[in-house]
Design a protein around this ligand. Sequence first.
Ligand SMILES: Nc1ccn([C@H]2C[C@H](O)[C@@H](COP(=O)(O)OP(=O)(O)OP(=O)(O)O)O2)c(=O)n1
Length: 151
Amino acid sequence: MTATCTNLDKPGFVCVKMDMGEEKEVVSLGTLSKKMDDFAKARDWEKYHSPRNLLLAMVGEVGELSEIFQWRGEVERGLPDWKEEDKVHLGEELSDVLLYLVRLSDVCGVDLGKAALRKLELNAIKYPAPKQTDHCVGEHSSDNTKLTEDN
Ligand SMILES: Nc1ccn([C@H]2C[C@H](O)[C@@H](COP(=O)(O)OP(=O)(O)OP(=O)(O)O)O2)c(=O)n1
């Protein structure tokens, strides 16, 4: 990722220029956090958005998310056999969990993006990637990245 710019046509989206030159539209955690704050303020719901309430609400939504997978047996990546409406429902429940998580982090004064990046670094130290053998290592560093991403 090399540069970002605000996409004026699509509020909430940020256009990110990737290393290979292509552009991608993404939504930042900061945007979600701000929108949740606006949502709560507009309804005078800030008094309900205490850390404990938000945590319980999030856990409730994790339960709703779990129900979607309940009794289905193992599910293939990409959900190729799912109906479109089930995928939409999945997106809604995933969003509820994310929105409460973002809001919880916000009211606790935790910068979730920063904390998550730091945690990824700690994870990499705790679980080092296996050393690549001559057989695996390609000529370019991007080959090494690919190996890590696939793991
Ligand atoms: N006090 C509240 C209540 C709701 N929401 C927002 C965050 C969630 O994204 C969504 C949750 O709404 P519901 O509690 O109505 O839950 P569902 O949308 O899952 O509906 P249902 O439980 O009927 O399936 O609304 C919120 O911020 N604060």
